[in-house]
Each structure stands twice: as structure tokens, then as C-alpha cells.
Design a protein around this ligand. Structure first.
Ligand code: NAD
Ligand code: UD1
Length: 337
């Protein structure tokens, strides 16, 4: 299949591109590089011996996207392009609504005008309401507290409505839990701008000496050791989940929703310990007050993806940390400009 991948130079999309190429698909990557660098293309080529097309384009440019879909004869789209920092979304909600909602509407218009009917969308566990027992199932209570989270939930609602109105469309939402790790080669990984908000890239930067110590946000949660628990999933497992979702979607009209997680909760201290083992030294940390908006625990029920897509995450926490460390230590400043 030829697949347009929006946000194609980003962290999850670049790993997905490798999985697609490995399975004989032809991704066409589209990115405006607001949170990524074109250098990732060399890394994809080195791993796969194929150099996919990379278009510098904003997903909100409907005409250009429609042209790209036609010129490259795409049969499906995976829509990763979005802004994703929760804190920033509180400061700049309009930028988030404009990029994430308008971006999706523009993409849908481009797909309609070029006759592309299959879409896989990057959603998030953040669409689930915090007050419910774990693990989270796809039919769990929805509700989210940040503008970023609302853009994901709004897009899901838009896609469900559009797919309900046109029975020829196949739309899939993938609700990612906490993607971490890197390609096992150490040549591709997460390259956040500025100080990372998320745990694993922060720990990786402590390990490589870019940051002095981890601040553990609270150790008084009702969890195994008092620190927050999350469902960390290796980015390569997540990438393979997209290939499975695409295979399932092809020729199967309707609205489909899947959790992509491991089904296992891991605490902040457990991540820190695993990363210390991976990098071979104790990593400094201090416990500070809880981060506002954080929940005690969040993990997936992954059975729907397992039974319907035939996909399940297989990589361990040790592999997530070892691969993240290989990437971070070989590329301490991320991708070159
Ligand atoms: P990322 O920032 O690395 O990738 C997003 C890419 O989209 C970037 O390359 C960016 O330059 C591009 N982009 C943004 N707006 C664009 C626009 N208007 N036009 C063209 N390109 C644009 O982020 P990621 O972690 O790879 O996340 C990918 C998707 O997965 C996002 O939709 C994100 O919300 C979602 N998601 C991520 C996580 C996570 O923890 N990383 C969790 C749940 C969901
Ligand atoms: C974050 C987002 C969420 C998104 C998810 C997936 C916030 C508030 N939420 O959630 O919307 O869907 O990523 O990527 O940003 N921690 C520390 N110290 C740190 C960083 C994190 O102790 O420096 C702790 C957190 O308190 C949490 C755990 O580590 O318990 C994981 O945090 P993080 O990686 O930011 O992910 P989420 O909180 O799940």
C-alpha cells in the first residue's frame, strides 16, 4: 500500500515508517518540521535501504495535501501531525485547536477530494476520564482535562460522525498509552525540543548528563511505591500496531477504536531503576510535590487490539530503557540540524 504519513518526520511516525517499509508498504512522509528535523530521513534510509519521499508541507494546506495524495496515488493515510505538549496547550489553546482540529478537517477535505477512504488517527489515553478503575477499556468513560486532550477527543468525535455518515469510509483511532524507547539500532529515537516534559526522555537526559537529576512528581500516590504508574509501550511495538491497524482497516468500512498499550502499570521508581541498570549507574533524583493534573495510575486493557488486530506488545521495560539509552548515548543532542 502507498500511505500518506502526516507528521512523518516525528518520533512515532518515523518508527512507523520503518515498520511500513519492512512490511513492503510505501510511506510518503509529510511534515512541516515544527517539532522534527529532516535528518531522520537518512536514518530511515540507512535502516531500510529505501528512501521514502519526504514532503515539506503543512497538513492545513488542503490543496497541497490533496495534490500529494493524487500524485503519489495513496490508498490510506496515517495522521500523526499534531502539537502534543499538555502544558503548552493550556498556555496556547488556540494554537492547539488550530493545528490539531483544523489540521484534521483539512486532511479530511483533501482525502474526500482525492477519493482516499482509509484513515488511521493518533489518539491518546488522555481521552479517558481519570476517575475509573484500571485497566482502561475502549468503552470506558471519556473525558479529558487539557486543551490538548480535548483536541484528541474532538477529533475522535468528528471522525466517528464522518464515518457514520459515509459507509464507504474506514476510520481507526489508536489510543496510545505512554510511548517510549527507540529503534534498537540506536539511530532513531525521541528528540524533544527544550527540557522534556515526559518521564523517559527526561531520565535519558539525566543519564547522559544534560540534566542534573530527575524530579519525581510525588511519592504519596496509592501505588506500589507511592509514585505514579503508567503503561509504557516500546515505540517499535507501537509502530507495528499501526501496520496491523492498517491491514485490518483496509476494505473494512466503519469506525474502529483500539488501545495500544501493554496492559502493565510501571511506577516512576521502577522506570528509574530499569534505566539505571541500562546505563550502568545510579541516577540522581529528588522527590518534589505532585504535578498538577497527574493521575495516580493509568494502564490499558489491550485485549481488543489483541483479538481483533492480532497485535500485542512484546518488548519489555528493560528493552525500552536499553534502546532509549543506546539512542541517547549515541546522539546526546538528538538529530543534527
Ligand atoms: P512528534 O512531535 O515527534 O511528531 C509530530 C510531527 O507532526 C512532528 O514531526 C511535527 O513537526 C509534525 N507536525 C505538527 N503539526 C503539523 C502540521 N500542521 N503540518 C505538518 N506537520 C505537522 O510527536 P509524536 O510523539 O511522534 O506524536 C505523534 C502523534 O501521536 C501526535 O498526534 C501525538 O498527539 C500522538 N500521541 C503521542 C504520544 C506521546 O507520548 N508521544 C501519546 C499519545 C498520542
Ligand atoms: C503525559 C501527558 C498525557 C499524554 C501522555 C502520553 C501530561 C500532564 N500528560 O502523561 O496527556 O497522553 O503523556 O505521552 O503531560 N514524572 C516525573 N518526573 C518528570 C516527568 C514525569 O515524576 O520529570 C512522572 C509523572 O508524574 C507520571 C509519570 O512520570 O507519574 C509519567 O509522566 P509522563 O511521561 O509525563 O506521562 P503522563 O503523565 O502519562
Amino acid at each position: 500500500m502507498r500511505i500518506l504519513v502526516t507528521g512523518g518526520a516525528g518520533y512515532i511516525a518515523s518508527h512507523t515508517a520503518v515498520s511500513l517499509l519492512d512490511r513492503g508498504h510505501q510511506p510518503v512522509l509529510l511534515d512541516n518540521f515544527c517539532n522534527s528535523k529532516p535528518a531522520v530521513l537518512d536514518r530511515i534510509e540507512a535502516l531500510t535501504r529505501q528512501r521514502p519521499t519526504l514532503l515539506k508541507m503543512d497538513v492545513r494546506d488542503t490543496d497541497a495535501v490533496a495534490r500529494a495524495l493524487r500524485e503519489h496515488d495513496c490508498q490510506a493515510v496515517i495522521h500523526f501531525a499534531a502539537l502534543k505538549a499538555v502544558g503548552e496547550s493550556v498556555e496556547k489553546p488556540l494554537a492547539y485547536y488550530e493545528n490539531n482540529i483544523q489540521g484534521t478537517l483539512s486532511l479530511l477535505a483533501a482525502m474526500r477530494s482525492s477519493g482516499v477512504k482509509t484513515l488511521v488517527f493518533s489518539s491518546s489515553a488522555t481521552v479517558y476520564s481519570a476517575d475509573q478503575p484500571m485497566p482502561l477499556r475502549e468503552d470506558g468513560l471519556l473525558g479529558t482535562s487539557s486543551p490538548y486532550g480535548r483536541t484528541k477527543l474532538m477529533v475522535e468525535n468528528i471522525l466517528a460522525d464522518v464515518a457514520a455518515a459515509d459507509k464507504t469510509l474506514s476510520f481507526t483511532s489508536l489510543r496510545y498509552f505512554n510511548p517510549v524507547g527507540a529503534h534498537p539500532s540506536g539511530t532513531m529515537g525521541e528528540d524533544p525540543r527544550g527540557i522534556p516534559n515526559n518521564l523517559m526522555p527526561f531520565v535519558a537526559q539525566v543519564a547522559v548528563g544534560r540534566l542534573p537529576r530527575l524530579r519525581v512528581f510525588g511519592n504519596d500516590y496509592p501505588t506500589v511505591d507511592g509514585t505514579g504508574m503508567r503503561d509504557y509501550i516500546h515505540v517499535c511495538d507501537l509502530a507495528e500496531g499501526h501496520v496491523s491497524a492498517l491491514n485490518h482497516a483496509h476494505g473494512r468500512a466503519g469506525w474502529h477504536v483500539f488501545n495500544l498499550g501493554t496492559g502493565q502499570g510501571t511506577s516512576v521508581m521502577q522506570v528509574l531503576q530499569a534505566f539505571s541498570l541500562a546505563c550502568g549507574r545510579e541516577l540522581p533524583y529528588e522527590v518534589v510535590p505532585r504535578r498538577s493534573g497527574d493521575v495516580a495510575a493509568c494502564w490499558a486493557d489491550p485485549h481488543h487490539a489483541e483479538s481483533t488486530l492480532g497485535w500485542r506488545a512484546s518488548r519489555t521495560l528493560e528493552m525500552m530503557c536499553a534502546d532509549a539509552w543506546r539512542w541517547q548515548s549515541a546522539n546526546p543532542m538528538g538529530y543534527p540540524d
